[in-house]
Design a protein around this ligand. Structure first.
Ligand SMILES: [Zn+2]
Ligand SMILES: [Zn+2]
Length: 240
C-alpha cells in the first residue's frame, strides 16, 4: 500500500468497536462507550477479585489472606461483563483484531500508569497456548495483547520461555478446585531456561483470568526456575 494512502486511512476515524458509530478517537472506541466499559473497581491486591464493601481488609480478600496465591498480584483492566465478554470472544474466535487491539491498548495504558510509580517487571510472558490450539486459532490472544503492552511500556517480552505441553480441558468446565489443579498438573513447562536465568521479576499476561488455576500453574513453574517476583495482568477478571 502506498505510504500516502496508508496515512490517509489513519486520518479517517474507524467505527467504534462497541456502537459502530464514528469513534472520533485515535483508536476504534468512542469516548461514551469507553466511559461505559465495565472498568475494574476496588479489588483484592493478590487475586484481583472484587472486594465486597463489607470486607474487613480493604486490600486483600479472606481467601488470599488464608492461602496466598503463588504470584504477588493479579490485576485487570475490566470486569468480565458485557460488552467485554463479546468483544473478547469476537477477538479470540472470529479473529476481530481491532477489538483485541483496542482492549490491549487500554490495558497497556493502565499498566504504564501503574509502573510510573513502582518498579516494572524485567520481562513480560504471555500465557502460552498448546500448539494444537494455536494451529486451530492461528494466533495466541495472550501474545497479541503482550505485544501491545510491551510496545507501550517499553518492557521486553518472550514468546517461548514457557510452553504448554498438554492440551487440557477448558478450566471453566472443571467443577472443583482440585479437578482444576489436577487438569493443569505438568501442563506448562519452562522451555527456555537461558532467557529466564538472569531474570528475577516477570509479569504474566492473559486475556481472561477466572479460576487462577492457569496463572497459578505457570507461576509455580516460574518459581521453580528461580523467578522471585511474579505479577499477573489480564484484560478481564471473571468471578469464580
Ligand atoms: Zn461507541
Ligand atoms: Zn484475593
Amino acid at each position: 500500500m502506498p505510504n500516502l494512502y496508508r496515512r490517509l486511512l489513519q486520518l479517517i476515524p474507524s467505527p467504534c468497536i462497541v456502537c459502530g458509530k464514528s469513534s472520533r478517537a485515535a483508536y476504534s472506541l468512542c469516548p461514551d462507550c469507553e466511559t461505559d466499559l465495565p472498568w475494574a473497581g476496588p479489588c483484592c491486591i493478590r487475586c484481583g477479585e472484587e472486594l465486597p464493601a463489607t470486607s474487613p481488609d480493604p486490600r486483600s480478600c479472606a481467601g488470599c489472606t488464608l492461602h496466598p496465591p503463588p504470584f504477588a498480584s493479579c490485576r485487570a483492566a475490566f470486569r468480565y461483563q458485557s460488552p467485554i465478554d463479546s468483544l473478547l470472544s469476537g477477538f479470540k474466535f472470529k479473529a476481530r483484531f481491532e477489538a483485541g487491539n483496542v482492549l490491549a491498548l487500554l490495558l497497556a495504558e493502565k499498566i504504564a500508569q501503574h509502573y510510573a510509580n513502582t518498579t516494572a517487571p524485567e520481562l513480560l510472558l504471555p500465557v502460552p497456548l498448546h500448539p494444537k490450539r494455536l494451529r486451530q486459532r492461528g494466533f495466541n490472544q495472550a501474545l497479541e495483547i503482550t505485544r501491545v503492552v510491551s510496545k507501550k511500556c517499553g518492557i521486553p517480552f518472550s514468546r517461548n520461555a514457557i510452553v504448554k505441553m498438554r492440551d487440557t480441558t477448558a478450566q471453566t468446565e472443571m467443577h472443583s478446585a482440585n479437578a482444576r489443579k489436577q487438569n493443569l498438573k505438568n501442563a506448562f513447562s519452562v522451555a527456555n531456561k537461558a532467557i529466564l536465568q538472569p531474570v528475577k521479576s516477570v509479569a504474566l499476561i492473559d486475556d481472561v483470568v477466572t479460576t487462577m488455576a492457569t496463572v497459578s500453574s505457570v507461576s509455580r513453574e516460574l518459581r521453580g526456575c528461580g523467578i522471585r517476583h511474579i505479577e499477573v495482568w489480564c484484560l478481564a477478571r471473571a468471578s469464580r
